[in-house]
Each structure stands twice: as C-alpha cells, then as structure tokens.
Design a protein around this ligand. Sequence first.
Ligand SMILES: [Fe+2]
Ligand SMILES: [Fe+2]
Length: 172
Amino acid sequence: MLKAICSRKELTDSVFYCCIDDIIDTPELEKLKSITHHISTTRFQHCLNVSYYCYKVCNALHLDARSAARAGLLHDLFYYDRKAYNSHKTKGQPSHSRKHSDIALHNAELLTDISPKERDIIQKHMFPLTLSLPKYTETYIITFVDKYCAILEFCVPKVQKIINIRRTSDEN
Ligand SMILES: [Fe+2]
Ligand SMILES: [Fe+2]
C-alpha cells in the first residue's frame, strides 16, 4: 500500500505512479524510510506526500505535473540529521534550510537525469530562504505544498490520537 497523507487513493496503480515508478523503489529512496521527518513521519513519506500533492496541483493547473511529481519525490533526498547539523554548525556554514536542498539536488543528479525545471524545483523548494527567485511556477507550488504537507504531518497524528482516546473512553 502506497498512500499520501489524508488520501485514500492507492498510488501504485495511478497515472501519478507512472511519473515516479523508475525512482521510487531505488535504495536511495528506500533509505529515507528509516529517517524520522517532521517528528511523526518518515522522510520517505514526506517526499511522497509532497510529490503527490505537487502532482495534483500542477495537473489541475495544466502545468508540468510529471516534473513536479519527480522533483517533489527527490526534494528532500538527504540523509543527515537536521538537529545534529544545526547543533554542530559553525559560523559561516550555511543553515540546514539552505544546505539540504543543494545536497538533495546533488543526490538526485546521481540517481537520475534531472531536467532544468526539476533542478529549479529541488534547489529552490525552500524559497524565500534560498534567496534566488524560482524560475518556474512549479517551483512556487512546491514551496507551498512542502509547508502544507509539513503542517498535515505534524497535526494529523495528534488529531488521530485525540480521536482514538475519545473512542476508547466512549467504549469504556
Ligand atoms: Fe526540504
Ligand atoms: Fe520537504
């Protein structure tokens, strides 16, 4: 079962999946499944969430949904621990917010062919923290979708927990 947060759709038999089927099962993506991201999810699930919702938004707007899906899946393709990086960061070193998008782009380019648009989406997904302006509408879209997914990933498990506690107390 492969699903995005707040969606019941099984993704493996969707048009969306055809956009990413050559990269999603690679060891490089597999490694992200063991890394916690946004407290209550994995980096893999976060990348899948961003990929899927970028695809949906771009598709609805008749933009390049395939590039958005691929770049969305690869936008956080890095393996270090954010807290450890920030705690050991010395003066003059870039912040995690700026550094990880460059690392993700480097890793993505080792994994597959990256188009100029996909490069822009991955490298500037933290805009405005990345300073340089996005060149494509799809890049602006990922900046919103990334934050939207982060909020869902943080809030949904907490809401589910409250619902489960209420259900349990109602049953007793
Ligand atoms: Fe990121
Ligand atoms: Fe992200």
